[in-house]
Design a protein around this ligand. Structure first.
Ligand SMILES: [Zn+2]
Length: 407
């Protein structure tokens, strides 16, 4: 868990120091990555295996030799090597791909501050001690006790905005109470989130005007000369628009998940392989003309992918899980199954919004029907004799079911 606060470095020496730290962190990270790529089983004989510890020793040696590296902060540079080590740990645990080099032009730069020292100036402003940069101001938007409890921080620059992300212990989740009510949550494209009791939530996007401007800027970018000042300006404008959109969606996720966590005691969501679902359409080669491809619906697929990613399904489920107990259920046929009789067929779903069962004639909003199926699957998984939720859920199921049949 982390608390992100906005940082306002003073123009001049302080800003330069932060930029220098970003540069050094990136340099050390890339150098360490290159050094690691030297090591292969066949070259093992010329050196010991390269580890975080050996790289720390090499860094100390390099700092002794190069003045400009010594001018930077040991903490920041060692932090970069630790980041690299974590990237490799994640790679070997198959959690992520092979670490890649960080670019100066990358949209996100940053560095680590250990042994965090913060102080409060007044109600709204605090300061964090950054090596070589002194006290850097940040805006307080969270409880001061939570900020003080953090042990380390990461200062980052993304799209022209400096932030500090403070690592804290997670806030305890709301556990199932005596009034246990479990909700099923269907994540979709037309309605970003639909609940089993018929509520709909829509993730915000660009307004129509913003969309037009965004596409126009992208076109402009594609025509501009690489390395030109105009291209940089267009990139910065696009970056600011992306930032605004990300803020809007981030707010929406926080507010919606808090509403759900306050209203219900448990949630069931589909277990969706979002990474697999948003892959690009496979090219379809023409069997008669080698080298020629048939239409594969690529435009439609990339439009759907964009819509799925815009609904922030992954982030939503992640934040929900932080705030309340969440059960992941198998996702197959949740939109085709009748929540009344269990009949499954694709014709049940008449249109995007309407669900009408071919078996029993049950009619409902399609997304709500799917959410009810998800909730019921959650019960099947969670409700076992002596399970965590026990009888209370069974009662709430009866209660929830009665409200549904009224609709
Ligand atoms: Zn039915």
């Amino acid at each position: 868990m982390s608390i992100v606060q906005r940082v306002y470095p003073a123009e001049g020496a302080q800003l330069d120091a932060l930029t220098m730290h970003c540069d050094h962190a990136r340099y050390v990270y890339n150098l360490g990555l290159e050094q690691r790529s030297w090591w292969t089983p066949s070259r093992r004989h010329f050196r010991q295996k390269i580890t975080a510890a050996s790289q720390m020793r090499d860094l100390t040696e390099a700092r002794r030799e190069f003045d400009w590296l010594r001018a930077g902060s040991t903490v920041v540079q060692q932090g970069a090597l630790r980041d690299l080590d974590r990237a490799f740990t994640n790679f070997f645990a198959r959690r992520s791909g092979y670490p890649t080099f960080k670019k100066r032009s990358g949209s996100r730069q940053g560095f680590v501050v250990r042994d965090l020292v913060v102080r409060r100036i007044n109600r709204k402003w605090g300061e964090i001690l950054v090596p070589k940069a002194g006290w850097v101001r940040f805006r307080i938007s969270r409880a001061w006790t939570d900020i003080c409890a953090a042990s380390s921080a990461r200062i980052a620059l993304a799209n022209g905005r400096w932030t500090v992300s403070l690592t804290t212990t997670p806030v305890p989740r709301r556990e199932a109470s005596t009034t246990a009510v479990v909700v099923g949550i269907d994540r979709g494209v037309a309605n970003s989130v639909a609940t089993s009791d018929g509520r709909m939530f829509h993730a915000p996007g660009f307004s129509a005007g913003e969309q037009v401007r965004f596409v126009a800027l992208q076109r402009q970018l594609s025509r501009q000369q690489k390395g030109s000042a105009n291209l940089d300006r267009t990139k910065a404008k696009l970056g600011r628009m992306r930032l605004r959109l990300a803020d809007r969606r981030g707010d929406w996720i926080e507010q919606t998940t808090t509403v759900l966590a306050n209203t219900y005691s448990g949630a069931a969501v589909e277990n969706l392989p979002i990474r697999n679902m948003t892959r690009r359409a496979k090219p379809k080669p023409d069997p008669d003309n080698p080298g020629v491809f048939l239409p594969n619906g690529g435009r439609a697929k990339s439009g759907l992918n964009r819509a799925i990613l815009a609904s922030c399904w992954g982030k939503f489920a992640q934040r929900l899980d932080h705030k309340m107990s969440v059960i992941a259920v198998p996702a197959a046929y949740t939109s085709q199954e009748c929540s009344n009789c269990g009949h499954i067929c694709p014709e049940n779903r008449e249109s995007q919004a309407v669900f009408r069962c071919r078996g029993c004639g049950f009619e409902h909003h399609a997304d709500t029907n799917a959410a009810i199926n998800i909730r019921d699957r959650g019960f099947d998984l969670e409700y076992q004799p002596g399970g965590i939720l026990g009888d209370r859920v069974c009662q709430s199921r009866k209660r929830a079911a009665s409200t549904v049949s009224v609709v």
